[in-house]
Design a protein around this ligand. Structure first.
Ligand code: ZN
Length: 497
């Protein structure tokens, strides 16, 4: 250690980690992540691991002790609803953490990364939500991934996975964007990529190189648990999803979100192919040290202009399409990653422009009346009805040509996953309803006569895990008691002062 400047923060981070991983906090804190002078470290009350990332992205473990939290990085575990219900509270290490070490390393590439990240234990209901995500646990990271139509192989349900950061390159390949010499999110040259800046990989396991779709449509069901979705498809509750699986491919192990397994971070990864630590959008909320300002992209005004935080040199899927096909029409409804789209709900909100027409019947259709008293249900059901109305507008011919690329986001599965947990009655209702809304948009495409020339991809941005009932505990208190001067953001991101 020759850098005296770095020594002091590391000592403070070490002290903060010791406070947070004390066995008395094990119900609240699963693990703590941080950078060290030599690499990265994950620690819990039960063990720790230190590792580095080499220039060619190989992860090298330097030291591990006890039952450390990243010991099991298998990608094919906990693949049924039954498994998730039978073993809800296991801590990281026992609960696998797919791609965890690479995910931790990319997170700390961001200049806005906190000094320490707290991964809450599933026995701690820290935001008052029954369902939660954000950690490296399989169940919180895993989103569904299903694709069907021309350009997509029909393989049924297969025991495979990809990552959310692979979605944009896969869409770009489906759209026929030419391979180019680009760079990755750290500026290192990458040959044969589809976007100018690309960390993810196109998923050749679903791509049929002999067919090319005229239209590509993506549905993102925010926070949808893939096991619950597969169960609903099998039981008849999600017939439109079942039809996509029937004529396409579904990855049983879905698409793994990168740290943080949260909305803005992984919508951005999915729409750009760039990892959260490198895209400019690290999280839903972070502290910008240079501006001395907390960014909160869940705040309505900041949310609809989230695109302003994107690095200017990276491409969204809309921008990559337009570089290849300047006249192509691309659209996005209720999606943050909309930069470059010809029409976008959030851009319309930003500029006060018109939206698709929403009738009272549109609002009511598909709803489950018994849940109308639940605000999270009522509000997000309405938002999704608006997303469908905007999608219908985009496919009405009003934009001149039918969209070559469409990105439709539906949010009810996330709000209800938080409210009731992914395997609750209301959670099943949210899947039924979202499937019906997706079907309504697919029917609209069919009415235009181009469904057989349209590839459809369905995914989410992260998973959803049930947490234990109990009071939220403010982790700032033990840190302050121990004399650790810090700023806590979103109950889990510790910025040392
Ligand atoms: Zn989300």
């Amino acid at each position: 250690m020759t850098d005296a400047h770095a020594a002091a923060p590391d000592e403070a981070a070490h002290r903060a980690e010791a406070v947070l991983t004390d066995p008395t906090l094990q119900r609240e804190v699963d693990s703590v992540l941080r950078r060290t002078p030599t690499g990265y470290r994950a620690a819990s009350a039960r063990g720790s691991v230190e590792f580095t990332r080499t220039d060619d992205d190989t992860i090298v473990v330097i030291d591990d002790r006890g039952d450390h939290p990243l010991a099991d990085q298998r990608t094919d575990q906990r693949a049924s609803v039954g498994h998730e219900i039978d073993d809800p509270w296991s801590l990281l290490g026992d609960h696998p953490t797919p791609h965890a070490m690479a995910s931790v390393a990319q997170y700390f590439d961001s200049p806005h990364a906190p000094d320490l990240v707290v991964l809450h234990a599933p026995t701690h209901r820290f935001h008052g939500n029954v369902g939660e995500h954000g950690s490296l646990a399989t169940t919180q990271a895993r989103a569904p991934f299903i694709a069907a139509g021309p350009g997509v192989l029909a393989r049924g349900i297969v025991d495979e996975h990809l990552r959310t950061v692979d979605i944009a390159p896969t869409l770009a390949a489906l759209l026929g964007c030419d391979p180019i010499d680009g760079v990755d999110g750290l500026g290192r040259p990458r040959a044969g990529v589809r976007l100018l800046v690309q960390d993810g990989d196109e998923c050749t396991a679903v791509l049929d190189p002999d067919a090319r779709p005229e239209h590509v449509v993506l549905f993102l069901w925010d926070g949808c648990n893939p096991q619950a979705l597969h169960e609903a498809a099998a039981s008849g509750d999600a017939p439109h999803t079942a039809a996509l699986i029937e004529r396409g491919t579904s990855f049983r192990h879905g698409a793994y979100a990168s740290l943080p397994t949260a909305t803005l971070a992984n919508h951005t990864a999915a729409t750009t192919g760039v990892l959260p630590g490198r895209s400019g959008i690290l999280h839903n909320t972070w502290y910008d040290r240079s501006a001395d300002h907390v960014v909160d992209l869940l705040d309505y005004r900041q949310m609809i202009t989230a695109r302003d935080h994107l690095r200017t040199d990276i491409e969204t899927i809309h921008e990559a399409l337009h570089r290849n096909e300047p006249d192509a029409v691309s659209v996005a409804t209720y999606e943050y990653g909309d930069r470059g789209a010809n029409w976008s709900s959030y851009m319309q909100m930003t500029t006060g422009g018109p939206h698709g027409v929403l009738s009272d019947d549109d609002r009511r259709r598909h709803r489950t009346p018994e849940f109308m008293e639940v605000p999270a249900y009522r509000h997000y059901s309405t938002f999704d009805a608006r997303s469908v109305a905007d999608a219908r507008h985009c496919w009405s011919g009003a934009l001149g040509a039918l969209p070559r690329f469409s990105w439709f986001t539906l949010n009810l599965t996330d709000s209800i996953g938080h409210y009731g947990g992914p395997h609750s009655e209301i959670g099943r209702a949210a899947i039924r309803e979202t499937d019906a809304r997706m079907g309504e948009i697919i029917d609209e495409i069919d009415r235009r006569g181009v469904l057989d020339r349209t590839a459809i991809v369905m995914c989410a941005d992260h998973g959803m895990q049930t947490t234990a009932e109990g009071d939220a505990f403010d982790l700032s208190v033990p840190l302050r008691d121990a004399g650790v001067d810090h700023r806590m953001v979103d109950a889990q991101y510790v910025y040392l002062r």
